[in-house]
Design a protein around this ligand. Structure first.
Ligand code: SF4
Length: 379
């Protein structure tokens, strides 16, 4: 069982906070699609072509900048090379790109999950984020998903923006909930180096909100979604029961995945470990179709590497990790020092321990990254 991720590296404009790999050169879309199809075909005799593909995720960038014909060519090539028996096929889209006809066309291609980049319905916040859409386009896109009877969708929200009040966030959540999403990804705004936002913060032109304010936003999102039966299952992800994202959850479980397109990552299990590689973030090289040169770095992960990564990713989920599973899958056992640390954090209310599970409490999830690093460093 495996998944495929496809990175479509084009956007209309650069959002102020974004550090994904993308370009705004629309004239390269067509040559990119040609190259992508060749990259897919280059996997014909790779062991990946023998795997059963259960999930496909088309992300970016902005996949909805591709038209139906281009997407059809990509899906045809995938079906040609891989053994696809997909439970979940997700495509990321932006509100300003979609129409009911486009959404119907996606369903004909087998896409059964839409990921809509809403982020906010507040005009001032959308301007601050330098998003290409306005609030009415976000509402229309969600309405279109309903009209097109799309099987499932998720929407992204960003909270913890400079100057964003709890009332503003409350209104954003209410507006989103009025479209009955079965899944929501809610992220706190992060300041990344090299982004427009990063530069503004560095120059002192923008102050980011205090941790306490971000924590209040975090709680409000959880409380309001929970009231509608949409439960947190990972730090930034919420779903109605049974609607958790399969593809992303499989990353946490180290299911094999193949990344196609510039900047995409892959993981493939081999004896006693796994091999991880990524494609370079270089469109020129990508368009040259020199696939050997495209691979950036290939790393071999041994079972300890994989176990520590599983700790990091698993503890960000509400399910947590199971020491029994850590032992059977990776041969990994917690040290005395780690066990002592866990008991200390349990007393402080950050960690929940039961028979065979270690989980972060609601309080612990707010500082998940800090706690996880602390735990790993106790080894
Ligand atoms: S649309 Fe998405 S990928 Fe493109 S710049 Fe904005 S956040 Fe980044």
């Amino acid at each position: 069982m495996a998944g495929i991720y496809i990175h479509i590296p084009f956007c209309k404009q650069a959002c102020s906070y974004c550090n994904f790999y993308f370009l705004t050169r629309k004239e390269l879309v067509e040559p990119f699609v040609d190259a992508l199809i060749e990259e897919i075909l280059s996997y014909r005799s790779h062991p990946f072509s023998e795997q059963i593909i259960k999930t496909i995720y088309v992300g970016g960038g902005t996949p909805s900048l591709l038209n139906h014909q281009q997407l059809k060519q990509i899906f045809d090539a995938l079906r040609d090379v891989f053994d696809i028996d997909a439970e979940e096929v997700t495509l990321e889209m932006n509100p300003d790109d979609v129409s009911v006809e486009y959404l119907n066309g996606l369903q004909d291609l087998g896409v059964n999950r839409a990921s809509m980049g809403v982020q906010s319905f507040d005009p001032a916040l959308l301007l601050f984020m330098h998003r290409a859409h306005d609030p009415s386009e976000a509402e229309q896109a969600l309405e279109m998903l309903r009209t097109a009877n799309f099987p499932s969708f998720t929407a992204d929200l960003i909270y913890g923006n400079p100057g964003q009040s709890l009332d503003q966030l409350d209104r954003d959540i209410d507006r989103l909930l009025s479209y009955n999403p079965s899944h929501v990804s809610a992220y706190s705004l992060t300041v990344e180096e090299g982004t427009r936002l990063g530069k503004q913060v560095e120059l002192g032109r923008i102050d980011v909100p205090d941790d306490d304010i971000v924590a209040e936003h975090f709680d409000l999102v959880e409380k309001k979604l929970l009231k509608k039966g949409i439960k947190r299952y990972e730090v930034s992800n919420f779903a109605m029961p049974g609607k958790e994202a399969i593809h992303n959850s499989n990353y946490w479980r180290h299911v094999n995945y193949l990344g196609l397109g510039p900047s995409a990552h892959s993981l493939f299990w081999a004896d006693n470990g796994a091999c991880r590689w990524s494609n370079k973030k270089d469109i020129k090289l990508y368009l040259s179709k020199d696939w050997d040169q495209l691979i950036d770095e290939e790393t071999t992960l041994d079972l300890v590497d994989l176990a520590e990564e599983r700790l990091m990713l698993g503890l960000r989920t509400v399910e947590g990790i199971s020491p029994g599973e850590m032992k059977s899958l990776y041969g990994y056992e917690l040290t005395e020092k780690q066990l002592e640390w866990l008991i200390g954090q349990q007393k402080e209310g950050f960690i929940l321990l039961d028979e065979d599970h270690i989980r972060l409490s609601a309080k612990g999830l707010k500082i998940a990254d800090y706690l996880i690093l602390d735990l790993i460093s106790k080894r």
